[in-house]
Structures are given as C-alpha cells and as structure tokens.
Design a protein around this ligand. Structure first.
Ligand SMILES: Cc1ncc(COP(=O)(O)O)c(C=O)c1O
Length: 391
C-alpha cells in the first residue's frame, strides 16, 4: 500500500511555489510539470547542513554529483555511464540547446516529434535551424481513445531518406505530454537509422524514473550503437520536485560527442550551483524507497483519473500514460478553442496546460498533472466532470 502522501496546499502556496501561486486560491493547479510530494527528508537535511556551514564559495561538488547520478542510474536503470563523459549542467533545456549548437550548423535541420514539451517549439527559430516534423501518431489499437500516441518508425525512415540535411533528432523519452515510453525495439531502430544517416540523437530523459507498471524505461545509451550517436540529458528535478535548484547532467556516448559538446563556449554551458548538486546527491543516494512509494501513488492516480473520466465524462479522449504524472486529455468534443486550458479553467476551476502550445496534435487538448494527493486529484476530477457536464 502506498502512503497517502497528504499535500498541504496552503503551505505550498505560502512557499511561493509557482504551481500553487500562479492562479487564484480557488483554482486547483494541474499545470506545470511538478508533483506535490516534495523530497526525501535527506534532501532538506543536507541543505540545512550546507547552510549551517555557509560554504557558498566556488566548489567542486559537480564530481560527487555526477558520481551519485551514475550510481543511481546503475541501480535504477541498469545503465552505467562513463563519469568522464557526463557533463554537469544547470538544466536539461540548456543541454538540449547546447547540443543543437554543437552538432548542427545554420542551414542544417533538426527533427522534432509533436506534440512535445512546449519550449522545444522554439528550438528552430532561436537557433536558425529548420525543423522537420516526425510527429507522433494516434494509436487507436486499444480501447477507448486507443492506447495513446506512438512513434511511426517507417515515417522516420522515409523522412531521413527524403532529407539529407537532417542532422539531429530530439527525443523526449519518456514523452511529455503523451506519457509514451519508447520500447527497446523502437529505440534500436531509431539508433540504426541515426547511424545510417549520420544523425545525432539528443535524448531528453528527464522523466526517466517515473515509468509505470507495464512499461520500463530503456535509457537510449544502453542500446547497442547508441554510444556513437547519442547525448542523453537528464536530471533529478522531476523525480524529486527540486526544479528550483537547477541541476542536470548531459551524458555523451563517446569522446567525439563529448569533444563536440565542449565546443559550446563554457560560459553558455553553465554548471549547477552547490545547492542543486547537494540536493541531487542526497536524493539519489537515499531516495530508492521514497521513489518506489511515489511511483505507487502515481500509478494509482493514473488509473483513478482514467477510470473515472471514462465513466463520468465519456466524451473526453484519454489514455493511460506509460510514464510521467501527466495526462493528455482530448477535449475536442467541446470545441474548446485556441486556449483549451483557459476554457477549462473558466468552466471547472482547474488549471492545466493548453495543448496547442505542444505543437501539432495539441489542438483541443489539455495536459493535466496528476502528481498530487489522491484527495486533491479527486477534487480535480470532480470539478472537471461537473464543469463539463458529466455525471
Ligand atoms: C521533457 C522535459 N524536458 C525538460 C524539462 C525542464 O527541465 P529543466 O528545468 O532542467 O530545463 C521539462 C520540464 O517540464 C520536461 O518536461
């Protein structure tokens, strides 16, 4: 039985956490991708210790942070990165942008798979690279609204055959917003295609720890051949709710890729600060049981959300996500307009993210964050159901 993990909404609001303070107090927040469960106790204890010593000068905690990361992914994901090929970073998005700078030049092309984490929609315009779309397709093979969204590998093969200027593929694995986790077979085919077409894969694996029963997280760099073409970028911030502390790691598959990434000026590849490193170390070194329990809560929540909406609001399109605490809801039956989250907030008093921000495939959708207590999730579902006229 998972612990119930009560959430003190007043305290989270008073602490100025953006998830709880962005909207009025009568709105329930299910928008930004942050869960409400805080961290294992060792995180605050370690940060207290640091504050007590006031050791805020330049530091060399990035090495121990990378070592702790490597132990975590070996234990949790059967992945043994070479610490020397892991580059500490301030955040994951920075790592993705740095890879675009390092491995492509203006005039070359990137591949993105919509719908995808909305900041990536700016990758092309901000870097002067053209974006090719290898969009996810709706998978209608199983049940109500199908089993969600999936990758069409034949389409990737055709895209690469038709456009030799494609140089870099951004994978969001597991995927935000659809919750899809790529399988080992899918990854193996992507890696084969990347090797054949001289493509660098940037694998954003920030949601890697939160994959639910029925799926597993396969780190892209564990696929044979991936070491020649892949940079994985990840972090503990989603698992442990420490986004404000900014700490991430880019793992290069080999020295050639590490040297390539190092061509980005050092002042743009900024390091994590000491608080982020210490928090990540404490989380990774002590967090196994805590994360196992978190996953049980999230697994129960995803079933509760899907089961209730399918019965009480059958016109909503929803599938069971493989991973993450994010659900991708199709509200097209109500024609919610260009900003479905505003539309929903006004009707239901629940704040989600608007699907169109995630690119093609986001029309009529919202992304709903179910990373909260079962009691608050039930309130969220009650409001959505009554706001949209369900039973
Ligand atoms: C897929 C994905 N990548 C990156 C991030 C942001 O990570 P960071 O704050 O380390 O840039 C998020 C946050 O929601 C995310 O969902």
């Amino acid at each position: 039985m998972p612990s119930q993990r009560p959430v003190n909404r007043g305290a989270r609001r008073a602490a100025d956490l953006v998830k709880w303070s962005r909207y009025d107090a009568d709105v329930l927040p299910a928008w930004v991708a942050e869960h409400d469960f805080g961290q294992p106790p060792a995180v605050a204890e370690r940060l207290h210790g640091l504050v007590d010593t006031a050791a805020f000068g330049y530091h060399e905690t990035t090495g121990p942070m990378v070592a702790s990361f490597c132990r975590w992914v070996a234990r949790r994901h059967g992945w043994s990165p070479e610490p020397a090929l892991a580059r500490p970073l301030t955040n994951v998005v920075q790592g993705v942008w740095a890879c675009v700078e390092a491995f492509t030049s203006p005039g070359q092309k990137l591949i993105l798979s919509d719908p995808v984490y909305h900041p990536f929609q700016n990758l092309g315009s901000s870097s002067g690279r053209e974006v090719l779309r290898w969009n996810l397709v709706r998978d209608t093979t199983a049940g109500h609204a199908g089993s969600g969204w999936n990758y069409d590998l034949d389409a990737l093969e055709s895209l690469l055959a038709s456009d030799p200027a494609a140089r870099l593929l951004v994978l969001c694995h597991p995927q935000n917003p659809t919750g899809r986790a790529l399988t080992a077979a899918q990854l193996a085919r992507i890696v084969d295609l990347a090797l054949e077409h001289d493509l660098v894969i940037v694998s954003d694996e920030i949601h890697f720890d939160l994959v639910h029963p029925g799926a597993v997280h396969v780190p892209t760099l564990t696929i044979p051949g991936a070491e020649s073409c892949t940079v994985a970028v990840t972090s503990g911030i989603k698992t442990f709710g420490i986004g404000g502390l900014c700490c991430a790691v880019a793992v290069c598959g080999n020295e050639r890729l590490a040297d390539g990434l190092a061509t980005v000026p050092g002042n743009l590849l900024t390091l994590p600060n000491r608080l982020g490193c210490e928090a990540s170390i404490a989380a990774w070194d002590t967090g196994d049981d805590w994360v196992d329990d978190l996953k049980r809560v999230l697994d129960a929540n995803r079933h509760r959300l899907v089961d209730r909406l399918r019965v009480e609001l059958p016109d909503v399109g929803i599938h069971l996500p493989d991973a993450t605490f994010l659900a991708w809801l199709d509200l097209s039956a109500w024609s919610p307009g260009e900003r479905p989250s505003t539309w929903l907030r006004e009707r239901a008093g629940v704040a989600c993210e608007s699907g169109p921000r995630f690119g093609s495939g986001g029309e009529g959708h919202v992304r709903l964050n179910f990373g909260t207590s079962p009691a608050i999730l039930d309130e969220i579902i009650d409001r959505v159901v009554s706001g949209l006229g369900g039973t």
